[in-house]
Design a protein around this ligand. Structure first.
Ligand code: ADP
Ligand code: MG
Ligand code: ZN
Length: 611
């Protein structure tokens, strides 16, 4: 790089010298007295004012330069279109017949007038060309910022680098690590997989809220496999100039190919890979080009070339579907916020090398930091260490941690909704309500996992059912039970607490839309009949602005609304009865959730067996 910078300066100096020289010489060639001409010369000759004439002539052409010396000693010169004519004129005048000379044009001036401009032109073209190729291929050096536009800004971390990470640095995230183990194995020994023709995914996308360790995980894979790690942020690609992002992508992949096997990591991929053609107004050319180039590159290298492209985002919903297609980022791993056990492990990783006093109870810290992501916990420990060092103490005390909790907690709250004990209790009963209905209702569920850890999308918790069968048709009974399970959260809240919360709005929306579909799409309501009223609710302006028009009468609309409400009311009554029958399990589930924050299927089903 340094050498390149020097030669860059050299080129500029050379160009400068050439330009100065050219200007200087050309001014000399063009002569001092430009207003003198052949007509004036003729007159002066007739008048006998001239004492000496020098004609500079190029043999191959009739033209030439004529330098004139007057009697007064002054000089002038002009350009003659035909030197022969000048000579003839001079021959006719007595005093000048022997006072003129004919000389061949000096060689240097020929070089200066012909070769120099040509050379300059070639040089300029050469520089323009090398600049352009630097732009489009990301090669070519130069110290100027302009020249570096097309260069990838990928950061490279090699396995022996002190910044390199391994799985030991990643606490919690056990399932995620297990899922990625085969990738590590592949990168460490690609031959093993290619020999038996196994296809390893090219692209893996890590999805999860900020600070949950996505970048860390990607780095750890490279460190674990002992391969180089190239990373770039999606926003690095987005530049003012069209084409620069695309050339950076090209450059990065070219670099990666040279060091395969390796990992290419694109952070914040949503910055480039946003759904194409969405949003109002144009002006997305640059991003689209960049995205297209990325897709071309990913499609371009072979399946087992040893490059694994990883990407991270917290907004998978806005990604262009094209990048999630097979052969691209077809493996998706979601990285969630840690549960209480995960948080304790993360705290343990980050207190390494920091002396703690005896009163520090990491388990308790983990319990009080619901909703904290790994980055928040790291920050918490760091703030405590700073406070401690500032006071000049040697060991971090529990009081330091409590104080920094307030500081970090408020910041984290904005990002990730830290929840209070009451909130946690409400959420626990809410999710338990869903879970129990999923379990007892035969046509939905069973429950895979229940959690009261806030999600990135703003939900306070979630209950994840796994549909056991993969059937084409959904029955009316299934849809009704679906609605019942969806309402279960709110019902549980109302059974336990005096008041109900706003937390069920998403559930209510979903239950309503299912019920509506039953009435307007599937003809499940006898009252409304088998008429489709759903498609007349067409959205006609586009994804971003949803205006709807209705093409049926008020009467029908009223009828539909009544039917929808009827379905939901019936479901509500039925679901409430079921929950009341299972009050004991509801309490047990909620208690377990408050304690562990995540309850697995086995743990949950065991609660029913105990009855
Ligand atoms: P993301 O990329 O998901 O936004 P990062 O990987 O950048 O999050 O995490 C930021 C920091 O938080 C890491 O450098 C690390 O110190 C800490 N961290 C996050 N998750 C974990 C974890 N599971 N174990 C240990 N440290 C973590
Ligand atoms: Mg990150
Ligand atoms: Zn709910």
């Amino acid at each position: 790089m340094n050498k390149r910078m020097k030669t860059g300066y050299g080129y500029y100096l050379l160009i400068l010298i050439i330009i100065v020289a050219a200007v200087y010489f050309s001014s000399r060639i063009s002569g001092s007295q430009t207003n003198y001409n052949f007509t004036q010369f003729q007159q002066d000759v007739q008048k006998g004012k001239i004492s000496f004439v020098e004609i500079l002539q190029n043999e191959e052409v009739p033209t030439g330069r004529v330098n004139v010396t007057f009697d007064s000693g002054q000089t002038a010169s002009f350009y003659a279109t035909d030197v022969k004519e000048v000579e003839k004129l001079l021959c006719t005048v007595e005093g000048l017949q022997n006072n003129y000379v004919m000389k061949d044009v000096q060689k240097p001036s020929w070089i200066l007038t012909t070769l120099l401009p040509c050379g300059l032109g070639v040089l300029i073209i050469f520089f323009l060309f090398s600049f352009l190729s630097a732009q489009s291929q990301g090669q070519g050096g130069g110290n100027a910022k302009m020249m570096n536009f097309g260069k990838s800004r990928a950061q490279r971390i090699d396995p022996q680098d002190p910044h390199s990470k391994t799985f030991a640095d990643v606490a919690g995230l056990k399932e995620e690590k297990e899922e990625l183990a085969e990738i590590v194995d592949f990168l460490a020994d690609p031959g093993k997989y290619t020999e038996i023709g196994a296809r390893i995914p090219k692209g893996i996308i890590l999805v999860g809220p900020p600070g949950t360790g996505k970048t860390l995980l990607a780095k750890a894979i490279a460190g674990e496999a002992g391969v180089p790690f190239f990373s770039l942020s999606g926003s690095d690609f987005v530049e003012m100039f069209v084409g620069v992002g695309a050339s950076r992508v090209r450059d990065m992949f070219a670099e990666a190919k040279k060091s395969a096997p390796c990992i290419v990591f694109i952070d914040e991929i949503d910055a480039v890979a946003r759904r194409r053609g969405s949003g109002l107004g144009g002006g997305h050319d640059e991003r689209e080009q960049t995205l297209n180039q990325m897709l071309v590159e990913m499609d371009g290298f072979g399946v087992n070339e040893g490059i694994i492209v990883m990407a991270a985002t917290n907004r998978v919903d806005i990604l262009d579907p094209a990048i999630l297609r097979p052969g691209r980022f077809d493996r998706r791993i979601s990285v969630g916020r840690p549960d209480v056990r995960g948080r304790e492990e993360i705290l343990q990783v980050h207190v390494k090398g920091k002396p703690l006093s005896d009163d520090v109870d990491l388990k308790r810290v983990a319990q009080t930091t619901v909703g904290f992501a790994g980055a928040d916990l790291e920050n918490l420990v760091n703030e405590a260490a700073i406070a401690c060092a500032k006071d000049g103490r040697k060991c971090i005390s529990q009081a330091d941690i409590d104080r920094s909790f307030i500081k970090v907690g408020i910041g984290a709250e904005k990002k990730s909704r830290v929840i209070s004990e009451t909130d946690k209790k409400i959420t626990a009963y809410h999710e338990a309500g869903h879970a129990i209905l999923f379990h007892v209702l035969p046509k939905v569920g069973p429950v895979h996992i229940i959690s009261v850890i806030p999600t990135g999308e703003g939900a306070a918790g979630y209950t994840m059912p796994v549909p056991e069968k993969d059937e084409m048709h959904v029955t009316k009974g299934e849809m009704l039970q679906q609605i019942m399970a969806t309402l279960g959260g709110r019902i549980a809240e109302s059974l336990i607490f005096d008041d109900i919360t706003t937390g069920a709005s998403q559930d209510i929306k979903q239950a309503t839309s299912t019920a509506r579909d039953m009435v307007t799409k599937y003809g499940f309501s006898e009252n409304v009949g088998m008429v489709n009223y759903a498609d007349s609710d067409e959205v006609f302006v586009g994804r971003d602005y949803g205006h709807t028009s209705r093409s049926f009468s008020e009467e029908v609309a009223k009828n539909i609304d009544a039917e929808v409400k009827g379905i939901i009311d019936d479901c509500y009554r039925e679901a409430k009865k079921l929950l009341e029958e299972n009050m004991e399990v509801l309490h047990k589930t909620a208690r377990l959730l408050i304690e562990n924050e995540r309850v697995t299927r086995e743990e949950f089903e065991a609660l029913f067996d105990g009855q």
